[in-house]
Each structure stands twice: as structure tokens, then as C-alpha cells.
Design a protein around this ligand. Structure first.
Ligand code: G3I
Length: 340
């Protein structure tokens, strides 16, 4: 019997995996039950899945994940209340059906902003009220930082129409509906990159000074065999910890390919690559264990290599970013993470 992943980390932090509802039956479900104590929906709790048309909510797929977690004594994260992607267009249409971002009349712009923030408030209130008993950690906003855009803020519809107002409204509405016990996160990728990290830090500090209820930072941590250095990941956790915030690693996986490399290792992953991956996973988890006060959980973005977003991104090819292989067998990386 192999050591169970979450059990090995019981004295450190939660260990979880992102799932689709159809993985909650069959072999993937067994693997999840054996190894994790935390779940997040890979897609089923995004705005387009929750409220596809204004006023009409679809809970069925999200509820299946909540029920499975309850049946198996697992905790849950919510991903995500606000995002620039996977968000239905109705949010951003004015009363006449036009695109709010095209509005040039200043008085109409003000009215649009109010309308969008009202919709957001109502969306957040409805979703948080429904799941506040079941879900402990919430991604309130996702990927709002973009160093290449003006002010370092992603030029999304949200930002263009409301400035940072959407961030404030979303956090305040989530706290109001969810009460003091749910934990509210600002989530992003490349948070270990010093430039992006510092912009995020500035935003969070600003928001906290205004009394916006942010409890923690979610670090997606989509990494690869070479990048970024483990020390960078730890440094970023340290920085946000100095603000009194929690950290969670929210979407961990480790691509076999460095950024911009579009090659393919071929149908079978070579042994030396699996070995390199194991060393790097081992090093990362050793560093996290040594600084366990910095974080409350590590969530993988998937459970086994037969189901990963990376197998089609940026091109279709062999990928193997997780701790279990396509046959759901533990990889060298699994041994490296649990053998301590
Ligand atoms: O469900 C439809 C299906 O009905 C349709 O036939 C099929 C055809 O394209 O698409 C299916 O939807 C896809 C969905 O995943 C479910 O499989 C979407 O096209 C596809 O775009 C979507 O991709 C998801 C992606 O977010 C969207 O941006 C990935 O599964 C999901 O892993 C990924 O997750 C993101 C996090 O939310 C945020 N951080 C980065 C991370 C990886 O990109």
C-alpha cells in the first residue's frame, strides 16, 4: 500500500485536486478518495457555468462536486467568482443591449459601471449564500494583474468599465454574504515573478488599507521542469505572509516543456525526464514543508496525467504534469513528494 498523499501531509497543509463532475465516478474517483482531502472544480464553478443567462442559475454540476466532497469528508475551494474568461457576455451589455465597453458618453459610462457592479454584487451574493456552509476557501477574483497592461492591471471588461471597483465590490459582497468564516483569496499565475508579484502586492496592500476583506493570495503555480526556481516561489509566499495573509498554492502542475518550446517528447515520457520531474517536485515540497506556516494548502490542477489542460495547451502533445500517470499509477514524482 502506497502512502496516501494527503495523509503524508496531515501535519503540514491540505492537499487537493481540481476535478470535473464526470471524474467523480469510476477510477479517478477512487484515486481522489485515496489521496486528497480537498477539491476544486476545474470548470463547474466558473461564472459561465453558474449563471449562463441573467437570473438563471445552474447548480447541478457544481452540486455534484459539493456532494462528493461531503460524502468523502473533503474540504472545497471555490474557483472563481470573477474572471475575464469564461464569463457570459450578458454581464457587460447595457440596458439597450450594446457593449458597455464601447460607451463614450461619460454619464452613460457612470450608469453602466453602476449596473455592472450591481450585477456582480447580486451574482456574488447568490453564489456565496448557496455554498457558504460547504466551501471554506474562495477565489473571489482571478488573474486581475497583467504587467504588460496600463497600471499593471489587466485591461479586461471588468477593469475598463469599473476600474478596480469590481475587486472591491466582489470581496465586500462575498464577506457580507458569507460571513467571517469563509476565506477570501485573490488568485493569479506567475505570482513568483518579481515584477508581477510586486504589482499584486501593491494592489493587495491598497485594498487592505481601504478595508477590503482579503484573507489570502492564491498562487496558481503552473510551473515547468526548469522554471521558476523554488526559492522564487517561497519568496513570494513570504512577501504576502508579511501582510498577515494566508497563501494557497491553487493550481499546481509541472509541464515537461519550458515556455515557448513546442516540441513533443513522443508517446512515452522518457525516464530521465520523469526523474528530473521527481527531483524538482521533491525539492519544492521539501521547501514548502520547511515553511509550512506560510501556506494552508496545495491544490493540484488535476489528479493523473490522463486528464490535464496541458495536453492541448499550447499545442496537442504528450504531457505528464501530475503525480500519477495515465494508468493512475504513482510516478517517481509521487515517491519524491511522499518519501520523507
Ligand atoms: O464543455 C465544453 C464541451 O461541451 C465542448 O464540446 C468542448 C469543445 O471545445 O469544450 C468544452 O469546454 C471546454 C472546457 O475546458 C471543459 O472541457 C472549453 O472549450 C475549454 O476552453 C475549457 O478549458 C479550461 C480553461 O481553464 C478555460 O480557460 C480548462 O479545462 C481548465 O483547466 C482551465 O483552467 C484554468 C483556470 O481556470 C485558471 N488558471 C489557468 C487554468 C489553466 O488554463
Amino acid at each position: 500500500e502506497v502512502p496516501r498523499l494527503a495523509a503524508a501531509y496531515a501535519d503540514y497543509f491540505r492537499i487537493g485536486a481540481a476535478v470535473e463532475p464526470d471524474q467523480l465516478e469510476g477510477p479517478a474517483a477512487e484515486l481522489l478518495k485515496r489521496h486528497v482531502n480537498w477539491l476544486v472544480a476545474e470548470n463547474a464553478m466558473k461564472p459561465d457555468a453558474m449563471e449562463p443567462a441573467e437570473g438563471s442559475f445552474t447548480w447541478e454540476r457544481a452540486d455534484r462536486i459539493v456532494d462528493f466532497a461531503k460524502e468523502n469528508g473533503m474540504e472545497l475551494r471555490f474557483h472563481t467568482l470573477v474572471w475575464h474568461s469564461q464569463t457570459p457576455d450578458w454581464f457587460f451589455r447595457d440596458e439597450a443591449g450594446g457593449a458597455m465597453v464601447d460607451e463614450t458618453d461619460p454619464s452613460r459610462r457612470e450608469a453602466n459601471k453602476k449596473l455592472l457592479l450591481k450585477r456582480l454584487d447580486s451574482f456574488v451574493t447568490t453564489v456565496v449564500s448557496r455554498y457558504k456552509q460547504d466551501i471554506t476557501s474562495w477565489d473571489v477574483v482571478n488573474e486581475v494583474i497583467e504587467p504588460g497592461d496600463p497600471d499593471g492591471m489587466r485591461a479586461s471588461n471588468w477593469y475598463k468599465i469599473t476600474g478596480t471597483g469590481f475587486i472591491e465590490t466582489a470581496f465586500r459582497a462575498a464577506r457580507k454574504a458569507g460571513g467571517p468564516d469563509i476565506k477570501l483569496y485573490i488568485n493569479d499565475y506567475n505570482t513568483e515573478d518579481p515584477v508581477k508579484r510586486d504589482i499584486l502586492y501593491g494592489l493587495v496592500k491598497d485594498m487592505l488599507e481601504k478595508g477590503v476583506p482579503i484573507d489570502g493570495v492564491g498562487h496558481q503555480t503552473h510551473i515547468n521542469l526548469e522554471y521558476p526556481a523554488t526559492e522564487r516561489i517561497i519568496e513570494s509566499l513570504e512577501l504576502f505572509h508579511t501582510l498577515g495573509l494566508d497563501n494557497q498554492i491553487t493550481e499546481l502542475d509541472m509541464s515537461l516543456y519550458v515556455y515557448n518550446d513546442l516540441s513533443d517528447v513522443g508517446p512515452e515520457v522518457p525516464g530521465d525526464i520523469l526523474q528530473r520531474q521527481a527531483e524538482r517536485y521533491g525539492e519544492l515540497f521539501a521547501a514548502l514543508r520547511a515553511r509550512k506556516e506560510l501556506l494552508s494548502g496545495v491544490m493540484f490542477w488535476g489528479i493523473a496525467d490522463d486528464h490535464t489542460w496541458l495536453s492541448t495547451f499550447p499545442v496537442a502533445r504528450t504531457e505528464a504534469p501530475l503525480l500519477f500517470d495515465r494508468q493512475h499509477q504513482p510516478k517517481p514524482a509521487f515517491q519524491a513528494v511522499t518519501g520523507f
